[in-house]
Design a protein around this ligand. Structure first.
Ligand code: SIN
Ligand code: FE2
Length: 214
């Protein structure tokens, strides 16, 4: 039978070996995801963390799940306790886990068991400089990265800082998955442009799911 909806969301765009953009995959569930972000932030609020070099990050962050990523003057780490609240990070909402596992399996990683979800909140001007995600003990598992709200330009490079960067415009509901050969590829987010998103307002959120422990 002719598939009249073949062009409809979600659709996937190959990015690099082991990496793919799943366009609009999270769009249908975005209201539920955003409500869950608010519930997490009510327990562990967004905060601008300080890097070991003493720089205050422009992106505000919180986490949910068994482990949360944080940085301070002493370094980067994953920890079960939120250093701000002194309590465990909030539970990972079911809708987060379901989306992360669906995205990972669509990208060819069927057994993804994330134990950490970093939630980034970008205000206009906020950016994330070129870096690798390499604080995780498990490098077999992919990274699943969900964009909500205002669009942003994502740069995706290679194994060295100087590798050529692809620019990918990420919009509300887009999901990027990278693992395998590209698990340690450098990436960045360019400064967020001001705007208004009908559901989210003046922000961009990014949910990054990882397997941090072995
Ligand atoms: C990250 O690199 O951890 C986040 C990327 C993004 O905000 O899309
Ligand atoms: Fe990253």
């Amino acid at each position: 039978m002719l598939d009249l909806f073949a062009d409809e969301a979600p659709w996937s765009e190959p990015l690099a070996p082991g990496a793919v953009v799943l366009r609009r995959l999270a769009r249908e569930k975005s209201a539920e995801l955003l409500a869950a972000v608010e519930q997490v932030a009510a327990i562990s609020p967004f905060r601008q963390m300080v890097t070991p070099g003493g720089y205050t990050m422009s992106v505000a962050m919180t986490n949910c799940g068994p482990l949360g990523w944080s940085t301070d003057r002493h370094g980067y780490r994953y920890s079960p306790i939120d250093p701000l609240s002194g309590k465990p990070w909030p539970l990972m909402p079911d809708c987060f886990l379901a989306l992360a596992q669906d995205a990972a399996s669509r990208a060819g990683y069927p057994d993804f068991q994330p134990d950490a979800c970093l939630i980034n909140r970008y205000q206009p001007g906020a950016k994330l400089s070129l870096h690798q995600d390499k604080d995780e003990a498990c490098l077999n598992a992919p990274i699943v990265s969900v964009s909500l709200g205002l669009p942003a330009t994502f740069q995706f490079g290679g194994l060295t800082r100087s590798a050529r960067l692809q620019k990918i415009f990420l919009e509300h509901g887009d999901v990027v998955v990278w693992g395998g050969e590209s698990r340690l590829f450098y990436h960045a987010i360019l400064p967020l442009k001001a705007g208004h998103h009908p559901q989210v307002g003046a922000w961009r959120y990014n949910l990054t799911f990882r397997r941090a422990a072995q």
